[in-house]
Design a protein around this ligand. Structure first.
Ligand SMILES: NC(=O)c1ccc[n+]([C@@H]2O[C@H](COP(=O)([O-])OP(=O)(O)OC[C@H]3O[C@@H](n4cnc5c(N)ncnc54)[C@H](O)[C@@H]3O)[C@@H](O)[C@H]2O)c1
Ligand SMILES: [Zn+2]
Length: 350
């Protein structure tokens, strides 16, 4: 078992282990004087794990009320968010009470946003159940819901008081969702850990989970500690995402997020090598890790469509796009480029 402490505006532990879900009650008890816990989960995860969590919380003396929403990104919307707030109010949750988010990034983001805003903010705990949530979304306090106009357009920074990450839960995670997490893991490798990329290339999909998850959480912790409110450094976590999001949209979401991030990483890597920013050796190490995990590195979608899609990305400031460019493993830089420069750079990497 590993414990990683995040020192953001709130200090909290990320506990990573195998089979630690039954500890949720006692660990919450140590941190919270809540009478009631609202357990929020989705329709895939709740039937598998909610009872375990409820029993553990009840055993620790909490009253538990449960809210389950239909699984999937389409639920991360204002309607479901308001239903959660109404549920909290109907069940008379008070200032000192607690929300536990049991699920992937969708659940964590939405339950976290409910926690950030209900009664101007109550405590919440993340129990990530997807690999992506374990390595990325459960840590760092970004919470959000989507609008019809775009993803994550409404949200708040609100740190959890605990993240409990039980790797045993990954046993039931569908393969495609597992690969989503792998895309983010490669991203962390490129951002700062040559050994992580080497390990992924050698061990492929059988990588040692506890070590790899912990390494990613440490790296995310370092970024969040340095730039909690995304003044600059934290934007490096968008590596591979500018093009990745465009591929995701152009594929009408038929390609998974992780696959699209992998394509985005591969394109910026090849582009950076061709332009002479990144060494061929580092480029090869990045592309090898992507292919070792069985992630795609190419897309047949045309540059015109991808550019159109990128122009609608919220990270654009008029006339230019900020991309993260790998100058090497551990040396990624944000660069604001004109639309022509972006096109030119991406085309070099296609
Ligand atoms: N807050 C952040 O910093 C941050 C960072 C990255 C991504 N995100 C957000 O995260 C979301 C994506 O997260 P995700 O990929 O976890 O999506 P998700 O929550 O929809 O989970 C993916 C699928 O796997 C299922 N699932 C999850 N855990 C399972 C388990 N253990 N067993 C069986 N099924 C399981 C879910 O029901 C769902 O169908 C997006 O909305 C994205 O915007 C947030
Ligand atoms: Zn991502």
């Amino acid at each position: 078992m590993k414990t990683i402490t995040v020192n953001a505006s709130k200090t909290y532990d990320v506990v990573i282990g195998n089979g630690i879900l039954p500890e949720i009650g006692s660990r919450c008890r140590e941190l919270s004087a809540a009478k009631t816990v609202a357990l929020i989960s989705d329709s895939n995860v709740a039937p598998l794990y909610a009872k375990n969590v409820e029993d553990s919380l009840t055993g620790a003396g909490f009253r538990v009320v449960s809210f389950v929403f239909p699984a999937g990104e389409q639920s991360k919307n204002a309607d479901v968010y308001l239903q959660i707030l109404a549920f909290l109010a109907e069940n008379q949750l008070g200032r000192k009470d607690l929300i536990v988010a049991l699920g992937g990034g969708v659940c964590g983001d939405m339950a976290g946003f409910a926690a950030a805003t209900y009664l101007r903010g109550i405590d919440f705990v993340q129990v990530p159940t997807s690999l992506l949530a374990m390595v990325d979304s459960s840590v760092g306090g970004k919470t959000a819901i989507d609008l019809p106009q775009g993803k994550n357009l409404v949200g708040a920074f609100h740190q959890p008081i605990l993240v409990l990450c039980d790797m045993a839960l990954l046993e039931t995670l569908p393969q495609e969702n597992f690969l989503d997490g792998c895309g983010e893991i490669v991203k962390y490798g490129v951002l700062g850990d040559r050994n992580l990329l080497k390990l992924l290339t050698e061990t492929k999909i059988c990588f040692p989970r506890e070590d790899v998850i912990a390494r990613c959480v440490e790296m995310k912790r370092d970024v969040v500690n340095a730039d909690e409110f995304e003044g600059g450094l934290r934007m490096l976590l968008n590596l591979g995402h500018t093009l990745g999001h465009a591929v995701e949209k152009c594929s009408h979401f038929s390609l998974s997020h992780g696959a699209c991030v992998a394509i985005g990483l591969a394109v910026v890597t090849r582009g950076a090598v061709k332009k002479g920013y990144c060494s061929a050796e580092d480029g090869k190490a990045i592309l090898s890790a992507i292919s070792a995990l069985g992630l795609p590195s190419e897309t047949a979608i045309g540059m015109d469509d991808l550019m159109d899609s990128m122009l609608n990305d919220k990270k654009r400031t008029s006339g230019s796009i900020t991309c993260v460019v790998p100058y090497g493993i551990g040396d990624c830089r944000r660069e604001t480029m004109t639309l022509m420069e972006v096109r030119n750079f991406m085309e070099a990497g296609m």
